[in-house]
Design a protein around this ligand. Sequence first.
Ligand code: SAH
Length: 343
Amino acid sequence: MITKTIDILYNNNDASDSDLISIINCSDTEYLFTKAVKRRKEYYGDKVFIRGLIEISNYCKNDCLYCGIRRSNITLDRYRLTKEGILACANEGYRLGFRTFVLQGGEDMYFSDDDVCSIVYAIKTAYPDCAVTLSIGEKTKASYKKYKDAGADRYLLRHETANASHYAKLHPSSMSLDTRKQCLWDLKELGFQVGSGFMVGSPYQTDSNIVEDLRFLQELCPDMIGIGPFLPHKDTPFKNEPSGSFLKCLNIIAILRLMFPYALIPSTTALATISPHGREQGVMAGANVVMPNLSPQDVRKLYSLYNNKAFSGSEAAEAIEILKKQMQSIGYRVVTDVGHVAK
Ligand code: SAH
């Protein structure tokens, strides 16, 4: 019985590989989500934390096969925000109630470490009660240290897949899983609150790959864990690959909640893109963070990681009232809070 298996996970924060695979694929999800929500409420009550996502650049030196802003996509109009532009986004975000700003971008070599530091420092000086999260890819430990010294609090870097041969199918040969993992260890050692994660249903992914992802996360013990369905992008080699499964994503969110009760787990934009009520359903499966888009309106469509990215309605930071109502309607409360991890 799947309920017995879910009880094992609930009671031990862990389960065997084969039990995890059964839960990943279970179709009777009511019991799973009830348990995940119970655990989530013990740690976070009815709070939903919001993060203002500022997509600072869609230039990227990398060529990840799944990603719409990969270097080889020559059809894409490229943009980068200025320091002033980024500060204006933060200013608007603060006014709307955001107390965490996530600066995300491609690996844009235009921004020197000094540039990144001066942006981080400016935000932290203007809004000392806010957290700054960076998500700008793989850097040296020395660079990460500079960002930390400038005041950055958190760093998001999904490992994407913890299986080296799967990693090699999703990335060019110049990239490696070992480097990606080393970055995560470096970030931890430097005292960042670290986020990692992976795509669900990326091409060639197997269920045992997903278990390997969960095992790697157990080793890493990240503060934040982001997952979302793989979605194809029309100008990538994976354009004809099928999207990841929405239901599988929800099941994995619930599993993550039970394995990592303390974690900050976003209900991601990819989840909201693949299903009209994906955002709410992610929260009802155990997620406790949402990251509306605070980027200037005209660049949102250019930060196109995948087709049809959701960026209006409750995805848009300026529509925070809609998001609040959505969350209220399912029994949760959006809070104005820096939203640190409950570890
Ligand atoms: N350059 C940064 C930010 C990458 S974009 C970095 O390397 O971390 C943020 C996340 O979007 C990626 O980590 C990836 O997991 C996800 N993503 C990229 N392309 C995607 C796609 N086609 N479908 C779903 N998620 C995607």
